[in-house]
Ligand binder design. Structure first.
Ligand SMILES: Cc1cc2nc3c(=O)[nH]c(=O)nc-3n(C[C@H](O)[C@H](O)[C@H](O)COP(=O)(O)OP(=O)(O)OC[C@H]3O[C@@H](n4cnc5c(N)ncnc54)[C@H](O)[C@@H]3O)c2cc1C
Length: 384
């Protein structure tokens, strides 16, 4: 067992840190949060520097890197800023379906544009009546001539208002049994397509630098050639997709937690109460000891889960543990960082309250913490 990063991995981590520290303007991050702005130009810049689609093969505009390398970048970006990192890291969301299951033609057509920063993607899974219960999606995509005709509503879709296209999970065979009745279909030219209505869901608790939308399909026609992977395999493809992306969500969570920790540490060293820096109170020291231990444990879970995926041996339990635990400690550490800042922590100028608001979603999307625990426990206990 070797816990060291390779020289290349360390270089990638350093490059991500340098980019984030150089390009993330904290005033702009606050503005994006307050005014609900999607930082499109920053996303483009990150793509130019090679930070988007890093996992895509080189022939399709990427660098052929693994989940570990992309996780390191996610962590460094989120550490510098929780609000500006997410739009960059989520710019490829949904395209993993093409990366994992798409044809070479689809990879050439979409992945190259996504990696270049010219095409934003999204993943359309959740519906108003079915989130965790993914086998109960009702949106249909029924064959008619050379097309699928799509009807139904997806909700909470990240990038919905800015995406050029995305992966849709829909029922293609209503008569087939649950778990084998769905397929993944790529929706192109989303913002202009006939039969699609996209409505922004407005201001959220956090991650206001992203667009979260409801997307309604009303007899929307898409060519059958836009099927990604195999017909009837949509549920399985969705589950495999989330096994990979969950580790990335965990990495972002750890980055946010580390960023809040760094701010709290700086503050505790210089803020005095009762004549001494608050970092000298035993109660504060213990807080840092506990936070540092949680961070270390979460990082190890993420790096191990990522390494196993990269080695071609993904571990469902480990990926769920990594996502759940990292999300939980991100919320705990951001909360503690506010507490250490006292009254100032509650104010927008110190950013820890923004980190806290941005972190909370990590316990909800791409599998709530309850569903992650359910997945872990079911795999451990097995059938009784
Ligand atoms: C800002 C934001 C961005 C999002 N981005 C996307 C996106 O890009 N694409 C997309 O498809 N979705 C997206 N989502 C949706 C997100 O993945 C779902 O909200 C999430 O999976 C939970 O589904 P739900 O909201 O329907 O809650 P429900 O599934 O109704 O769950 C409600 C509560 O019940 C609990 N619960 C449910 N079932 C069980 C069970 N079996 N055992 C124990 N507890 C259970 C849950 O843990 C939760 O606490 C996003 C959501 C938000 C808020």
């Amino acid at each position: 067992m070797d816990f060291r990063l390779t020289e290349e991995q360390q270089d990638i981590k350093n490059a991500a840190k340098e980019f984030a520290e150089g390009e993330f303007d904290i005033e702009y991050a606050r503005k994006c949060d307050e005014e609900h702005i999607y930082p499109r130009e920053l996303v483009r810049k990150a793509a130019k520097e090679g930070f988007i689609g890093m996992a895509f093969p080189e022939e399709f505009g990427g660098q052929g890197l693994g989940v570990l390398e992309t996780s390191l970048v996610g962590e460094e970006f989120a550490r510098v800023d929780s609000s500006l990192s997410l739009p960059i890291l989520a710019a490829t969301f949904g395209s993993e379906q093409i990366l994992l299951f798409g044809s070479d033609e689809q990879k050439e057509k979409y992945l190259t544009k996504i990696a270049a920063g010219d095409y934003i993607s999204c993943g359309m899974y959740t519906e108003p009546d079915a989130g965790s219960d993914a086998a109960s999606y009702k949106t249909t995509a029924i064959k008619d001539g050379d097309d699928y005709v799509i009807n139904g509503t997806k909700t909470f879709i990240t990038n919905g208002g800015v995406a050029n296209g995305g992966a849709l999970c829909a029922v293609t065979d209503p008569d087939a049994p649950k778990f084998s009745n769905m397929s993944v279909i790529w929706i192109d030219d989303m913002q202009n397509k006939e039969g699609i209505t996209i409505s922004d869901l407005g201001r959220k608790m956090g991650i206001n630098s992203t667009s979260t939308c409801e997307i309604a399909f009303d007899n929307c026609r898409v060519p059958q050639s836009n099927l990604v992977g195999d017909e009837g395999m949509g549920f399985m493809q969705a589950m495999m997709f989330f096994d990979t992306t969950r580790v990335g969500v965990g990495a972002m969570s750890v980055g946010m937690a580390q960023g809040a920790f760094d701010k709290a540490l700086d503050y505790a060293r210089q803020r005095k109460a009762f004549g001494i820096p608050i970092a000298k109170f035993e109660v504060t020291m213990f807080k840092f000891a506990e936070m540092a231990t949680k961070l270390e444990a979460a990082k190890n879970l993420i790096y191990k889960a990522a390494s196993k995926i990269d080695a071609g041996n993904p571990d469902l339990i480990l990926s769920s543990m990594a996502k759940w635990y990292a999300g939980q400690i991100a919320v705990e550490i951001c909360d503690e960082a506010i507490q250490i800042h006292g009254g100032y922590g509650y104010m927008a100028d110190y950013d820890v309250e923004r980190f806290y608001r941005d972190a909370k979603i990590k316990e909800i999307y791409e599998g709530t913490k309850e569903i992650e625990k359910y997945t872990i426990a079911r795999a451990i206990i097995g059938k009784i």
